[in-house]
Design a binder for this molecule. Structure first.
Ligand SMILES: Nc1nc2c(c(=O)[nH]1)N[C@H]1C(S)=C(S)[C@@H](COP(=O)(O)OP(=O)(O)OC[C@H]3O[C@@H](n4cnc5c(=O)[nH]c(N)nc54)[C@H](O)[C@@H]3O)O[C@H]1N2
Ligand SMILES: Nc1nc2c(c(=O)[nH]1)N[C@H]1C(S)=C(S)[C@@H](COP(=O)(O)OP(=O)(O)OC[C@H]3O[C@@H](n4cnc5c(=O)[nH]c(N)nc54)[C@H](O)[C@@H]3O)O[C@H]1N2
Ligand SMILES: [Mo]
Length: 754
């Protein structure tokens, strides 16, 4: 039998699938990719039926007695045909919208699903729901929420944290000093929402190394930049970067080295911020000594760096992780304040940017043509939640919450529709989520895999994985569109996301408006042609006709390289005002002054997080639940690239040797991590690349509680049984996953079930 080749793409890169006799036998990286991700070799595991949902399933107890309940994963499920499944789902949508209103249907359904832009599960879901009166949705993302919210009010939009700041090619060519708050790591840069054809981070880092750029890595973990980059490691206490940024700014101001001209021309509120740094209100001078006591970085190093950043071209990079923490608005705003004091915003190699390498496309040249996406229509229902407030929504119907200066009410959720996301992976405090998850009358989950979330649904709809259907990938942070060609037949009775919603839409009587009469290939062609026409008409960039694109597998889109953010604004702020209250960079906000929020004051400020090492008991560690190396979130956790980072099938927690000694933990030992919220097992890995006082346990191990009690022992190493479920502030309401203290002890396995 001959080998067939299919172009394909995932969030972690583009590749060719090699198929023999209907089986995927290998994957070859996209020829143009200088640093392909090893996760492409995991993709074939989608074809393994072990974890796949073979046919639509319904919880037996729900069939007998529809309504709230514990939704235990071990309950009996009964198989049903697609007609019955579609009727049940449509019936629930109809019942709830008629009886309680569309706001009682939560279809905010967060999650990364596949990178294909057509079968994009949550877009399909929203498109369908918008045709029948709408749903309660979500705003922002788990990735970034506090960050974009504060930037919208201080920079006018969130472009600078979505890849719109200086591109890394120009930073690598022009910067002399780069301060990295968080990471510049190929680990996270492997991935990009909607696919990535070329991974370019390492190229840019190599240019910096060759030019002798001084790189300062401010992070609790040394491996947040590749070891071949000669970076100085500043092992900061987690969640204290704001103090370091303000201490640097305070030293600059005290020395009179701040850029008075930039602050006066391009910023509003510079005087008030300087007043805060000088201690005008609280009597506390924010200088190197003050910062050193909070973040445990030597004061003399801070003073020296404060002198250097104003004398050299300096770029400040801030990872998204810093705002995924309590008061996550502050490090982004403080970095903007520090960069404004330095005064190099708008210059090549200078200023500040957010999220470089958090995704592979952030910092890469941005695509300037229209990106392919499925039109979702308009939601006639106004209700929404900040995305990470899902447990609050389900537990507190009728209660109010604040967001971006508004006060709103949580609707009374009766029906939850989730497609292409895994909240029992992504949400914090999973024991709390379990209690919340028992509240709705009906929960529908659509996924290829028996995830922890699918096991806790009432109706389970099996979707195909992307290799079982055709699709198109592409987004504004990738320079190619990639043809995602069907490589194998669907497994079991799994159906494509589009076909599933088309069937339900038919039951709801809206199929013609939903499908517009197009089949899969007609939609993919339309989405491609809209990008091609835009590139050709507006940007004079020729692209191949659809047939040629599909045969070739990839098409280049026009991009903008060597971009310098805010250069025109810097040159003439009055002619190019920002969309802020002053038209300039806001360092003191009249709007926030009016809101009087204790957890988001009118200027960037150091606020103690709810949990941190400065107020920890002697036996507590700060837990960093960062993104996993060998997979995307919880996806393909069973495949070799993900298993490679585990020991005995369990996720590894990294500990500093000093902490291991302190707690009598040996490398390789099974340990129990615990706090008042939950407990999990992990395998101890003792490394000196983690600062003392910090434990690193990546996300994504499949949630595996030993029982359904109040506080079950989670056995695979899922950090979200421990993390804090709290909004970053009453303004941003983002996810605070990186704010979490835990205790740790050696665990004897025979004490519990294995
Ligand atoms: N503690 C802690 N928690 C975190 C974070 C953290 O830093 N720390 N990070 C957060 C962040 S930034 C994010 S983005 C979230 C990620 O959270 P999620 O996006 O929910 O995580 P995934 O595992 O990618 O979930 C995607 C789901 O889609 C399914 N899927 C894949 N392809 C298809 C398809 O074609 N159709 C359908 N219907 N389903 C499909 C997969 O099987 C999987 O179950 O996690 C958040 N959680
Ligand atoms: N391989 C892989 N890549 C991914 C993902 C994945 O699941 N797997 N997920 C993708 C997604 S959805 C997103 S949103 C991005 C997230 O991208 P990021 O938010 O940048 O990723 P994290 O791994 O959460 O954090 C990066 C580093 O920040 C450091 N850090 C954490 N807290 C602090 C702090 O308080 N101060 C300082 N200075 N450093 C801190 C940690 O040491 C951590 O290694 O990653 C994307 N890339
Ligand atoms: Mo994310």
């Amino acid at each position: 039998m001959s080998i067939q080749r299919f172009s394909h793409c995932s969030h972690w890169g583009a590749y060719t699938l090699l198929v023999e006799d209907g089986r995927v036998i290998g994957a070859e990286p996209f020829a143009g990719d200088p640093a392909p991700s090893p996760i492409i070799h995991s993709v074939r595991h989608w074809a393994d039926p072990t974890y796949r949902i073979a046919q639509p399933m319904v919880r037996e107890s729900w069939l007998r007695h529809r309504g709230p309940g514990p939704r235990a994963p071990g309950d009996k499920f009964v198989p049903v045909g697609w007609d019955e499944a579609a009727k049940l789902v449509a019936g629930e949508i109809d019942r709830v919208r008629t009886k309680h209103g569309n706001g009682s249907i939560f279809a905010g359904s967060y999650g990364w699903t596949s990178c294909g832009r057509f079968h994009h599960a949550s877009s399909q879901l929203k498109r369908m729901m918008n045709l029948v009166g709408g749903y309660t949705g979500h705003v922002d993302t788990y990735s970034i929420a506090a960050g974009p919210v504060i930037l919208r009010h201080t920079l006018g939009d969130a472009e600078a944290c979505g890849g719109g700041a200086n591109t890394l090619d120009s930073v690598a060519e022009h910067a002399e000093t780069v301060i990295v708050f968080g990471a510049l790591s190929p680990r996270t840069a492997q991935s990009e929402a909607g696919g990535i054809a070329r991974h370019t981070l390492e190229q840019n880092l190599r240019t910096m190394v060759a030019r002798g750029v001084r790189v300062v890595l401010v992070s609790p973990v040394r491996d947040d930049i590749p070891d071949w980059v000669p970076a100085e490691w500043w092992p900061v206490r987690p969640n204290t970067d704001t103090a370091l940024m303000l201490g640097l700014a305070g030293e600059i101001v005290a020395a009179g080295h701040h850029d008075r001209d930039f602050l006066a021309r391009c910023c509003s509120g510079g005087e008030e911020l300087i007043g805060y740094l000088n201690g005008a209100q609280d009597g506390v001078v924010k200088n190197a000594a003050w910062a050193a006591a909070i973040c445990e970085i030597d004061a003399e190093r801070i003073r020296e760096l404060a002198r250097r950043v104003v004398a050299t071209r300096t770029m400040i990079t801030v990872s998204w992780s810093l705002q995924r923490a309590d008061h996550g608005e502050q490090p982004f705003w403080a970095a903007l304040g520090l960069a404004s004091a330095i005064g190099q915003i708008g210059l090549p190699g200078g200023g500040v940017g957010f999220g470089y390498a958090s995704l592979g496309g952030v910092g890469a040249p941005m695509a300037v043509s229209r990106s392919p996406s499925l039109p979702q229509g308009r939601n006639p229902t106004a209700d929404f939640i900040p995305v990470a407030r899902i447990s609050d929504l389900l537990l507190n119907p009728g209660q109010t919450f604040t967001y971006e200066g508004q006060t709103r009410t949580y609707p009374d959720t009766r029906l939850v529709l989730w497609a292409g996301g895994n909240p029992f992976h992504h949400h914090q405090d999973l024991n709390r989520l379990r209690r919340a998850w028992a509240r709705p009358e009906t929960i529908v989950v659509q996924d290829p895999v028996w995830t922890a979330t699918a096991r806790r649904a009432d109706i389970v709809l099996p979707a195909t994985s992307s290799i079982e259907r055709n699709d198109i990938s592409g987004n504004k942070r990738s320079d190619h569109l990639i043809a995602m060609q069907q490589a194998i037949a669907p497994l079991g009775l799994a159906r494509n996301d589009y076909d599933i919603f088309r069937h339900i839409a038919d039951e709801l009587g809206v199929e013609p408006a939903f499908s517009e009469g197009r089949d899969e290939m007609a939609w993919i062609r339309l989405m491609y042609d809209l990008t091609r026409e835009d590139a050709e008409r507006r940007l004079k960039h020729p692209m191949p006709a659809f047939e040629a694109f599909w045969a070739e597998g990839a098409a280049r889109v026009p991009t903008r390289s060597n971009h310098v953010f805010l250069d025109r604004f810097r040159a003439d702020p009055a002619a190019h005002p920002l969309a802020t209250e002053s038209g300039r960079i806001v360092l003191y906000s009249r709007e926030l002054e009016g809101l009087q929020l204790a957890d988001c004051p009118p200027h960037p400020a150091w606020l103690e997080p709810a949990e941190w090492l400065g107020r920890a008991a002697p036996d507590q560690l700060h837990l960093m639940s960062r993104q996993p190396q060998g997979k995307l979130h919880s996806q393909l956790d069973d495949a070799p690239a993900a298993q490679a980072s585990k020991r005995d099938g369990r996720e590894q927690v990294w500990l500093n040797p000093a902490d291991a000694r302190r707690f009598g933990i040996e490398d390789g030992a099974v340990v129990r991590l615990f706090n008042a919220r939950g407990q999990c097992l992990a395998s101890a890995c003792v490394v000196d690349t983690v600062r003392p006082g910090v434990a690193v346990l990546p996300t994504g191990a499949w949630y595996d509680p030993a029982d359904e009690g109040e506080n079950p022992l989670e056995r695979s190493g899922n950090p979200n049984v421990l993390t804090l479920d709290k909004g970053t502030s009453h303004f941003g309401q983002g996810c605070s996953a990186h704010t979490c203290l835990v205790s740790i002890e050696t665990h004897r396995l025979q004490e519990t079930t294995a």
